[in-house]
Design a binder for this molecule. Structure first.
Ligand code: NAD
Ligand code: UGA
Length: 441
């Protein structure tokens, strides 16, 4: 099938590449000429495990191309995916300007029947806005071509995007158009051995499903974080509690890890956007208000421990920090908890030497010229002379360090661990003062 993907970011690139992998003829468009140049020259503008090789393979096979030419891209695909960003507006609601611009450019250049598939995360009712924008453009040039609207939200996780896309738990397809339903069904058939995994529904329910999923997951994390904070004070161990509740299949083990608060480009903005949608319709989502408040507080949980240990005047103190990206296996720094922690420490007069396996370049871009912040190219490189080590992201490379060597390098054998990487009893034996989340020292 001929496919166009509008927006070549995390979602657009992964979608386009995975669809090409199954033999589709895919053209990816972006308005960012620099991104397209990198892709055309054989590079990949983002870090996502497995993506580079898959892009190379499909480009070489002639199934995957990149362009900034809107007319060419609209004329190319019978199916037009919209995968542009939906960042938060000033009040937290989803800003739809990129989605509407994409819809208008489709309407401006459409030359025959098209299925317009929204993959961006958009508030309920956006399908109608996309339909209206396209209809308006068609009317302006007295063009009568028909088209269908589909909502096909994306559930992939950064760092596991290829795996999630190639083997999805479910594919949600919202449409009231039978031709579109058939086309989408054939397009996704190779991705789902069991066809029950394709869930057909109306556009609004599909749009709502995406926000409901992210809000539910964010709620789980905030609730676990609050249980961890309480366990710590009450002399309980959240790791044992996690296993104790996760073994109930109604609860399950996934997404029960307490930490330094959820970050990234999605949970924070999607929770807020859902709250704003509800408010606009006179409904207050009280649980979600609490989820957001709890997450805001959790981003400072390590800072609170540091202040308790060292006092709030941190002048002259120096900290090593492991993990800058909002989670492992990505270079994404959007809403990363590390930014809140580093900003606080620098403001209190401390200095920070940070390491991340892939996000240093991106960190330098989003925290340019932050005085007192330096980077090291290995976990060990940032340890010397540090008053303590702070662990913010649970990269595999941090999980089994040489504790004897660490002890020698650090000025103080002190670790604030925001991801519970180590066993507190072992840390005691290794001679560390160890501050985990929701566990006893
Ligand atoms: P991104 O910022 O990485 O990529 C968006 C791309 O769209 C950018 O490259 C931008 O230049 C391009 N763009 C903007 N306007 C355009 C236009 N009119 N024509 C062509 N290109 C245009 O964003 P992302 O992380 O890929 O997210 C895209 C959407 O998918 C968002 O709504 C997000 O909430 C949702 N989503 C993201 C993830 C994720 O893990 N990142 C997962 C599921 C859903
Ligand atoms: C999340 C969802 O998991 C995806 O299904 C969804 O498609 C995506 O948002 C989106 O809509 O864009 P992502 O943001 O890539 O994916 O990463 P997650 O693995 O969900 O992690 C989000 C945050 O929660 C991270 O900061 C992570 O550290 C934190 N987290 C996750 C925890 O603190 N504890 C956990 O148990 C799991």
């Amino acid at each position: 099938m001929k496919i166009t993907v509008i927006g070549s970011g995390y979602v657009g690139l992964v979608t386009g590449t995975c669809l090409a992998e199954y033999g589709n003829d895919v053209l990816c468009l972006d308005v960012d000429a620099n991104k397209i140049r990198i892709l055309q020259e054989g590079g990949v503008p983002i870090f996502e495990p497995g993506l580079e090789e898959m892009i190379k393979r499909n480009v070489a096979a002639g199934r995957l191309r990149f362009t900034t030419d809107i007319k060419e891209s609209v004329e190319h695909g019978t199916i037009q995916f919209i995968a542009v960003g939906t960042p938060p507006d000033e009040d937290g609601s989803a800003d739809l300007k990129y989605v509407v611009a994409a819809a208008r450019s489709i309407g401006r250049h459409m030359n025959g029947y098209k299925v317009i598939v929204d993959k961006s995360t958009v508030p309920v009712g956006t399908g109608d806005k996309v339909r209206a924008a396209i209809a308006d453009e068609l009317q302006q040039r007295s063009e009568k071509t028909s088209f269908a609207i589909v909502s096909n939200p994306e559930f992939l996780k950064e760092g596991a995007a290829i795996e999630d896309f190639m083997r999805p738990d479910r594919i949600v397809i919202g449409t009231d158009d039978d031709t579109a339903k058939d086309l989408m069904s054939s397009l996704y058939a190779p991705f789902v051995r069991n066809h029950d995994r394709i869930l057909f529904m109306d556009v609004r329910s599909a749009e709502m499903t995406k926000y409901a999923a992210n809000a539910m997951l964010a709620t789980r994390i905030s609730f676990m974080n609050e249980l961890a904070n309480l366990s710590e004070v009450m002399g309980a161990d959240i790791e044992l509690v996690r296993k104790g509740i996760g073994s109930d299949p109604r609860i399950g083990y996934h997404f029960l890890y307490p930490g330094v608060g959820y970050g990234g480009s999605c949970f924070p903005k999607d929770v807020q956007a859902l709250q704003r949608t509800a408010e606009e319709h006179g409904i207050s989502l009280k649980v979600l208000d609490a989820v957001e408040k709890a997450n805001h507080a959790q981003k400072s949980v390590l800072v609170d421990k540091i202040v308790k240990r060292f006092g709030d005047n941190l002048k002259g103190k120096h900290f090593a920090l492991w993990g800058l990206a909002f989670k492992p296996n990505t270079d994404d720094m959007r809403d990363a908890p590390s930014r809140v922690i580093i900003e606080y420490l620098l403001n209190q007069g401390a200095t920070v030497a940070a390491h991340d396996p892939v996000a240093i370049h991106e960190a330098q871009r989003v925290m340019p010229d932050w005085k007192g912040l330096s980077y090291g190219d290995s976990p060990n490189a940032v340890l010397p002379d540090a008053d303590a080590l702070i662990i913010v992201t649970e990269w595999k490379a941090f999980r089994s360090p040489d504790f004897t060597d660490m002890n020698k390098q650090l000025k103080n054998p002190l670790i604030f661990d925001g991801r519970n990487l180590f066993d507190p009893k072992r840390m005691q034996k290794e001679g560390f003062e160890y501050y985990p989340i929701g566990r006893q020292q």
